[in-house]
Design a protein around this ligand. Sequence first.
Ligand code: HEM
Length: 384
Amino acid sequence: MPETITDPFADIDPFSAVTHPDPYPYYRELAATRPFFREQRLGLWIAAGSSEVAAVLAHPDCRVRPPAQPVPPALAGTAAGDLFGRLIRMNDGAAHAPLKALLMPMLAAVAPGVAAQKAAAMAQVLDAGEGAHVAMPAASVNRWLFALPVVTVAAVLGLPVARDHGTAVEVAQQVAAFAAAQSPLADADTVRAGAEAARWLGTWLASSLASSVAADGPLSALQHAAQAAGIDAQAVAANIIGLLVQACEATAGLAGNTLLWLGRNPSASGMPLQGVVARVAQDDPPVQNTRRFLAADTQLCGHAVKAGDTVLVLLAAASTSGLADDARAWTFGQGRHACPGDRLAQALAGATVAALCARGADPAALARAFRYRPSQNARIPHFL
Ligand code: HEM
C-alpha cells in the first residue's frame, strides 16, 4: 500500500489560524519554509518570515488601504465611514504625519504607573454596576475586558468618564460598537450600529471638549498644538475617538490572552504581571496580522507584485522567531504605522487583569471554558 502523507496543517489557513487553538506550529512552518508566497485560494500574498514582514511594512508602495478605497465600502457614506476616513491609522496621506507626530509623544508621555492608577479608579466606577459575587462570572469578565481599557484611556486623556457608572458603560459600549463595524466579518446590523455609535461618539466628544476637558490636560495641549500646525479640528476629534477604538479590541485580546496564560500556568502565578503580559504579547499575540495594499507594480521580497494586490502580513508568524528590531513585540506592528500605544496597551492589559483577579476572576476556571471571538485578525477569547 502506498504510504499516505498527511499534511499536519491541512485544517488551517492564515485566516483560520487567528482563532485556531494552537496556530504557532503552523506559523513557524510558514516562516521557515514559505516566508513570502501567493495563496491562490485566498487570492492574497502572504508574508510570514520576519524579514519579509519587515520588508512589506517598510515598502513605500504598500499602503494601509487600497488606494481607490480609502473607506471600507460597507461604511462609506455613513457617519462611521466619515470617522474612519479621518483616522491616521488608516491613512498614508500627507495629513497622517503631522497628527501622528503629535499623538506619539502624547501617548509616550503616559507613565505606565499613572495608567495603572487610573485603571484602578475606573474599575471602581465600573464596580457600581456589578452585583455581589464571590467569583466573577465569565459574562462580567468579558464585559470588563472591553470596557476597562477603553474608559481608562478616556480618563487618562482627561475625558469625563469617571463621574458615573452610566457614562463609563455607555462610552465603552459605543466604542465597542464602532470597533466591531470595522471588521470585514461585520453584518448589516453591526455596520448600522457602528454608524450610530460614530454619531454618538462625535456628539459626546464635541460636548466634552467644549465643556469638561481640563485646560492643563493632554487633550487641551493636543488641540492647541494641532491648531498651531494647521491640522483640521475634525481630524483631531476623530483621532481622539480613534485612540479609544484602538484601545478596545486589541487590548481586550491582550488582557484575555494573559488570563488564559495564567490559567494554564498556575505555577507561574508569582511572576510579575507586566512580565507575563509582555510574554503573551510575543507568544500569543492579540493582533495576529495586518494587511497592505499595493499602490504600484513593483518587486516585493523577490516577487513581481501588481498594483491592487493585497498582502496579508502575518505578525504572529514573524513573532515565532523573536522580537522585532526595536525589541517590541511584532503584534504592535513596525515602521510607519507602528502602534504608538504599545507601552500604554501593556500597562492597560496588566491593570485590567489585576482588577479582574482582585474581583474574584479565576484564570484556571476561565481557561477551561472559552472560545475565540470570530475575527480575521484579532485573537480575543470570549469566556463561557
Ligand atoms: C494590545 C493592544 C494593542 C495592539 C496589539 C495594537 C496593535 C497595533 C498595530 C498592529 C498597529 C499597526 C497596524 C498596521 O501597521 O497595519 C497599530 C496602530 C496604532 N495603534 Fe495600536 N495596538 C494596541 C493598543 C493601542 C492603544 C491602547 C492605543 C492608544 C490609546 C493604540 C493606538 C494606535 C494608533 C494611533 C495606531 C496608528 C498608527 C499609525 O497608523 O501611524 N493602540 N496598533
